[in-house]
Design a protein. Structure first.
Length: 420
């Protein structure tokens, strides 16, 4: 019998050490799902048929201005694509310059699927996890997709799939979990009033990243108070979502989940720690409200396990954190094969909202509403084929080549190359 990796490691532990219990083999039904999902992961996303000759990447630059960053990619034939980096690039630019950009040079952009796979091996990049690698990788990928879209005279959505959604429904994503309930509610009402919004996500649980006080635990009873109050304030027609950002234990998540069910919330996001996949399934099994997870994931493994084992209803890769649209589209395809919905997490400011709606436009199993914070950005740009306005709860997806935004060339020229 062929030894699997777990058996090999147990055998290699040496004499005198008690053997670890063998993991239970998956049921035939679960194994069949694994096989289906693994086959999907092998299928390329980028449509090569739009490019008859190689598109050799000649340069990958990181540019900065006033603490913000752009990525500019150029081909040997003079094609160019520019993307707007995530706000965390001010911390991660050394990884971009040392671990990511060099790998793309001299490669054919038509092989982007393979590049995005093999870069994890380059320089032992697999040792970097989360947004440390995913964010720089996504930034380069966005610039390449922008370049390819302009070359093919097609929007990015058409390069990574078929167009299913020419308009994208959005929910207003709100924060303010560190504030008293009454103050939070006023801020939430103000955010909702700025746009023609029919869906809303609130934060529940503790303070999380909102404080530097290591002893902070959050206002007692805040979740129990704000959940019914938000439903009463916005009425039954408002679609409501709740996000705990991995705050709860399993018993607490189940208790809070039943409260969300009572007040007809649509789904419960990150009820327990995002990578505790067995605990996520425990919560999902105990509740009727759909469970969402995935914004912090950096690997296909968690999505694969949770979908194969019926532990997840809404998949939420972040297009930046997860390493780009192609990797996220593979997760969307996996989800579609299992009858699950995709609602990608959106982060980073800049043009994150634009990258997100281009992705959603090509997702066959996209949810009804997607993350939206505002159109506020430092980026100087113009969208000629879409107004970048929420109308009846939806944003029209640009149809111009690439991501559909023309950056102000004078503004771009002000940026300087980043050097180590």
């Amino acid at each position: 019998m062929k030894a699997d990796r777990r058996s090999f490691l147990c055998a290699a532990a040496g004499a005198g050490m008690a053997a670890l219990p063998a993991a239970a083999a998956p049921t035939p039904a679960v194994q069949a799902r694994y096989d289906k999902l693994d086959a999907i992961l092998q299928q390329p996303v980028l449509k090569r048929q739009y490019f008859s000759t190689p598109v050799i990447i000649e340069s990958v630059e990181l540019l900065h201005l006033d603490g913000a960053y752009l990525c500019r990619v150029r081909s040997k034939d003079g094609a160019e694509g520019i993307s707007v980096a995530h706000s965390s690039m001010n911390t991660l630019f050394p990884i971009f310059l040392r671990n990511v950009a060099p790998f793309f040079l001299g490669k054919d952009a038509r092989e982007l699927d393979l590049i995005l796979e093999k870069i994890f091996i380059f320089g032992f990049n697999f040792r970097l996890s989360g947004l440390a690698l995913g964010l720089p990788l996504a930034t380069v990928e966005f610039a390449i997709l922008e370049m390819l879209g302009r070359m093919a005279k097609r929007p990015v959505g058409e390069l990574i799939g078929e167009i299913h959604n020419r308009e994208v429904g959005v929910y207003m994503a709100t924060e303010w979990r560190e504030k008293p309930v009454e103050e939070s509610l006023k801020l939430i009402q103000g955010a909702v009033a700025e746009h023609d919004i029919h869906a809303l996500k609130i934060k529940i649980g503790g303070l999380m990243f909102m404080t530097t006080d290591m002893y902070a635990v959050g206002p007692p009873g805040r979740t129990e108070k704000i959940v019914p109050l938000v439903r009463k304030t916005f009425g039954d027609k408002m679609a409501l979502y709740a996000d705990s950002n991995s705050f709860y234990t399993v018993p607490e998540a189940i208790r809070v989940g039943k409260l969300l069910e009572e007040y007809k919330f649509v789904y419960f996001e990150e009820p327990v720690k995002f990578d505790h996949i067995e605990e996520i399934k425990q919560v999902a099994d105990a509740l009727t409200i759909p469970i969402a997870n995935g914004e912090q994931d950096f690997d296909y493994y968690g999505f694969r396990w949770l979908m194969a084992n019926d532990g997840l209803d809404i998949v939420q890769p972040d297009n930046y954190y997860f390493g780009g649209l192609i990797r996220s589209m593979k997760v969307a395809r996996m989800a579609a094969a299992c009858g699950r919905t995709i609602v990608p997490h959106m982060s980073g400011g800049g043009l994150g909202f634009l990258y997100d709606i281009q992705f959603v436009s090509a997702a066959p199993n996209a949810g009804e509403h997607h993350e939206f914070k505002s159109f506020k950005t430092h980026v100087k740009y113009e969208c000629k084929t879409a107004p970048m306005k929420v109308v009846n709860g939806k944003i029209k997806v640009p149809t111009a080549p690439g991501f559909g935004a023309d950056l102000d060339p004078d503004w771009v020229k002000k940026h300087e190359p980043v050097r180590l």
